[in-house]
Design a protein around this ligand. Sequence first.
Ligand code: ACO
Length: 431
Amino acid sequence: MSDSDKTAELEFNDTSLGLPILSPTLGPDAIDIRRLYADGGVFTYDPGFTSTASCKSTITYIDGLKGELLYRGYPIEQLAEKSHYLEVCYLLLYGELPTAAELEDFEARITRHTMVHEQMNYFFRGFRRDAHPMAIMVGVVGAMSAFYPDSTDVTDPRQREIASIRMIAKMPTIAAMAYKYSLGQPFVYPRNDLDYASNFLRMCFSVPAEDYEVNPILARAMDRIFTLHADHEQNASTSTVRLSGSSGANPFACIAAGIACLWGPAHGGANQAALEMLKEIGSVDRIPEYIARAKDKSDPFRLMGFGHRVYKNFDPRARVMKQSADEVLDLLGIENNETLKVAKELERIALEDEYFQEKKLFPNVDFYSGIILEAMGFPTSMFTPIFAVSRTVGWIAQWKEMISDPEQKIGRPRQLYIGAPKRDYVDVENR
Ligand code: ACO
């Protein structure tokens, strides 16, 4: 990052301002408007923050036009192929790939924190038995500050570190517990001899009545889903975590806020929505009908798993996911899967369609992930909780970066007030 001598000249009314231009390592320059209101008395208007950088960050870089995603500079395709989730967690949290000794130490620290406080079992039991696992996760993760008050002081780097390790370690346990609770099955305790993904699969799918052997290829596919979702710079849920954390709120509360935001169908809920849409389409011959609906302005229907705020090219994660979907279905001997057939044909037709080409709408990470998760045995209600497990490290890395950034302030956007002008109160009998 170089704060160059370049400035942008802004002229309005009778004012002229020289606004500094900031040049990042990668990506477009940014005009620094921090002094705009103080020096010029005006705001900027940018709903959805489509043209606004809210922070400086060293964690993740996306080039939406090229379809490129880098974690700490490393392309996601290389990490998905050569690395694994906990190594990626280390990279995101600490900035560099670990040495063998550092990785061993990190994995041991995570593994030793996977159990949740036994009292949390009772907390789970307060939820209705048909509660959505995301509803449970928002509640339970928020409640972690009550169970682990010794790691809530955000001004203490050691407590921040302990809270980070606790959350990465316990999130799969909490998600699996939420799932087991919805099934009416007993909770399965974590096992320290298993890797992160295998442990999660076992906690979700094993029952005390019989042995459960984790299939290594499914574990690899699970690990890859975790890796692909680990971070995605300043998306809605991450910005929510940063904004919540900017007030000094404890890390568990901030991550619970991120989970709540992720639940929305335009964000983390899209993988569930995408699979449900593919099933609703049902067969290849019905695709044109749905394409026509997606293009019809009077119809609110959108192709779920298509389009992205930042990617105006193929989402690089979607390519890896598509390949993974083929591998998993092949391994499980699921041939001629109608949903996968519909997905591939829908993708082909949409990519050739002028509407989607013009608006630069491509498949995103959610388009294929639901097919893989369903083949593994997960119900759609677990798709977003799995996304939350994966993204926890990204939220934490971004939260830690924000806390230690001397330029950060409490988040407080401004507004353009378009309501009634000042007026006097009218007594009820005179209205
Ligand atoms: N199907 C049909 N048309 C679409 C779609 C879609 N999936 N996505 C965008 N468009 C159209 C819009 O109607 C709009 O058309 P207009 O210019 O004629 O009004 C144009 O493309 C731009 O759309 P916006 O909503 O303004 O784009 P934005 O960047 O705000 O939205 C979003 C991105 C929310 C992801 C959108 O593409 C969408 O709703 N996609 C479906 C949901 C989805 O898959 N979400 C997952 C995102 S990835 C993630 O969270 C991990």
